[in-house]
Every structure is written in C-alpha cells, then in structure tokens.
Design a protein around this ligand. Structure first.
Ligand code: DNO
Length: 390
C-alpha cells in the first residue's frame, strides 16, 4: 500500500520536510481553512497540491471533505450544500485528486473522553471511558433519557464522579469530548467558541425525530447526487466508519457493522461509493471481526486507516499498540496487499512518546508515536510483500 500521512497544513507542527525521511510517500489532507459547506476553489486546491509536491510528496487523499450537518439531517438548504459539495468534487477532479474520505456521523466527528491516558511506560494515548461519557451526557448535557441507556453499575459510578469532580476536571472533560477532538478536523465546535455546551445541545436537537432509517435515506440521497461527478472524474468517495461504532448521545449511527456497510454499498451500488477501511474504529465494536470484514469489503475499499484498540469489560476502550489488539493489522495488511498494493494507507493515531510531549500536536496525531507505528507497519508490509511478490 502507499504510505500516506495525515497532515493538517502549514499550521501543523509537523512539517512536510520531516516526512519523506521516514518513508512517507503521500499526504492526506484537506483545505482546513475553508468553512464547512463552502466550495473549495480550484486555485486553492492547485496551490496546496503544488506545495505538497514541492516536497517530493503527492496529495493522495482528501480527508475530509466534510458533509455539512444540514445534508445529514436533511435541512432546508441541503440541496444547495450538496451543490457546493459537487463543485468541490469537480475542482478536486480537475486537479487530479481521486480519493475523498468523509463521514456521515451526526454532530460529533469522533468521541474520546481522555486525550492523555497514561501508560505504564510513561507514554500516553487516547481513551474512551464509558463512565465519564455517561457522566458527560447525564450531568453536564442533561440529555433527556440518557440515564435509561446505562446499567445500574455505571449509574452509581456516575454519581460518585458527580460528588468528587472538580470544576477544572469538568471543563477538561467538555474540552476533550466536544472541543479539542473536533475543531482541528473541521468539526462543529472549535477552541474559543463561546458556550460550547449550549451550541452542542442545539446541534443535537437538529436530529430530534431522525432515526436510523431516516439518516440512511439522507445518506443515500446525498450519495446518489454526488455519484455523477465522481464517475466523471473517477473519484472514490470513501465513508469512514463511525468512531466508536455504536450509538452515542441518542443519535442514529449508520456505519457501525456489516449490516450497515452492506446496506450502504448496496443502496448506491456504484464502485465510486467506497469505504475507508478503518481498523481502529471498527475494532472498538465487539460485534466486528475486522480481518473478516477486510476480506469481505476489499474490492470496495479505496483508503485504509491502520490503528488498533482494546475493549474492556466495562465498555471502555483504549488505543492499542498498532501490532496488537482487536484491529488485527497484520492480517488486514495481508488482505489489502493482495487485493490492491497501490491502495493509500495511513497510520492512524499514535501514542505521545518521548519528545512528542508538549509539542502541541493535535490529539492522536503525534510525530514519534505515529512514526513508530509507520515503521512497524512498513515492516509488516515488507514481510507480506516478500511472501506475495517475491
Ligand atoms: C480522527 C479521525 C476522524 C476522521 C473523519 C473522517 O482521528 O479518524 O476525524 O478523519 O471522521 O471523515
């Protein structure tokens, strides 16, 4: 697979000249300064692409061209927003960029409660603490009905948190769940936004009355509209699985398991309607057998994210070392190296290691942590290649 790296543009603390030295071939990026819903102008795309190429790299994948909330909940202006999306795709096509990653998760792009969960060796990683998340939605968001979705055991722990949590810890939790993990991926809430909780509640209310079937219909509507421009320019739309792949905050989730993926690939049965196969997101659902899914969806997979997780009995999950855990990356690499050795792949989420600390990297996007993972996966790919393509 092509070794790619997610880069957040010139504001990224990791600069392009650092990447070729560690074996990176392609860049995964987006025009992060353009607001969600606006058209990406051809000149801006071209300029960004030239900049990447001047470092001997290529712009392999767009991640993400964000799907505006109103497209997902079918707001009044959805056709205009889809029209803008099509124009952005047209411009990407003209510039020769053919792989576009996006997601169809309502409100929250991805969810973690801890950004610096300490490992025994002093490094840290992202973590999803189910009890803290329950506390967030029950006591901070005060979401109606949230309590009914948790077991007695969790509810009593939530009460214990309520009795001991400090104001600082509370703000940190809000920041982790809806601010720090969202802004840098063009999510709904950014650092510096006033009253993020109220803003978040307003966003949630946009989905009142929208169930799983309705969200599926909205996704189908969107995909059917964008397929013609994708066919024209041979662009692959690659939906990212929901992270984590289970229901949260009472919102519908529609890319969580085989049944969902079968539905979406069949609903718009066009090879340009493809998948971002994210071993990390899928592995956080105990219902998913990741290597089996890789085999099943190999031909519709157009982009790969490699990371892994371990899920605990209490419902928490941690980002595992890339070669261990439920992601079963070694097996997955075998599947994709056989199917399509040119597939763009990026290592996803690394730990914060050694000198990474205090560099101010975006959560999950450390330098040394990802570099270590890329080295590990490079080794796996070389071993698999030696077997398959001697
Ligand atoms: C987080 C990422 C997500 C992902 C988008 C794709 O690290 O996995 O932000 O890029 O959901 O649209």
């Amino acid at each position: 697979m092509e070794k790619t790296w997610r880069w957040f543009g010139n504001k990224d603390k990791i600069q392009l000249n650092m990447l070729r030295q560690i074996g990176v071939e392609g860049i995964v990026s987006a025009l992060h300064d353009i607001s969600n819903g606006e058209v990406w102008p051809l000149e801006d795309i071209q300029e960004y692409k030239n900049h990447i190429e001047s470092f001997g790299l290529r712009w392999s994948v767009v991640e993400s061209l964000p799907v505006s909330e109103a497209i997902k909940y079918a707001g009044e202006n959805r056709d205009q927003l889809i029209e803008n999306y099509i124009l952005s795709l047209e411009n990407l096509g003209k510039a020769g960029i053919k792989t576009v990653c996006y997601n169809f998760m309502p409100v929250l792009d991805w969810a973690r409660t801890d950004l610096y969960y300490q490992w025994e060796d002093g490094s840290s990683s992202l973590y999803f603490d189910k009890t803290k998340f329950a506390y967030f939605e029950i006591n901070i968001l005060e979401r109606e009905g949230a309590k009914n979705e948790y077991s007695e055991a969790i509810l009593s722990k939530v009460e214990a948190i309520q009795n001991t949590i400090t104001e600082t810890e509370k703000n940190e939790l809000i920041d982790s769940v809806i601010v720090k993990t969202q802004g840098f991926v063009n999510g709904n809430i950014k650092e510096g936004d006033l009253n993020p909780i109220q803003k978040f509640k307003n966003l949630l209310s946009l989905y009142d009355g929208i169930d799983k079937n309705q969200l599926r219909e909205n996704m189908k509507y969107f995909l059917e509209k964008v397929m013609p421009v994708c066919e024209k320019w041979n662009i692959h739309m690659c939906v990212h699985p929901d992270d984590p792949p289970f229901a949260l905050l009472g919102l519908p989730r529609i890319v969580t398991n085989e049944e969902d993926i079968d539905w979406l690939l069949n609903a718009v049965d066009n090879s340009h309607n493809g998948l971002t196969f994210c071993t990390g997101s899928l592995s956080a659902g105990l219902h998913n057998d990741v290597p089996a899914m890789a085999k099943k969806y190999a031909s519709r997979t157009k982009f790969v994210h490699l990371r892994s997780t371990n899920v605990f009995d209490n419902g928490d999950f941690i980002e595992a070392d890339h070669l261990s855990g439920r992601g079963k990356i070694i097996e997955v690499v075998k599947v994709f190296q056989k199917e399509n050795p040119n597939l763009p792949m990026r290592v996803d989420h690394g730990r914060l290691l050694a000198d990474d600390v205090d560099k101010g990297y975006n959560p999950g996007y450390s330098f040394l942590g990802r570099m270590l993972a890329l080295g590990q996966i490079d080794g796996v790919m070389a071993t698999v290649n030696a077997e398959f393509y001697p």
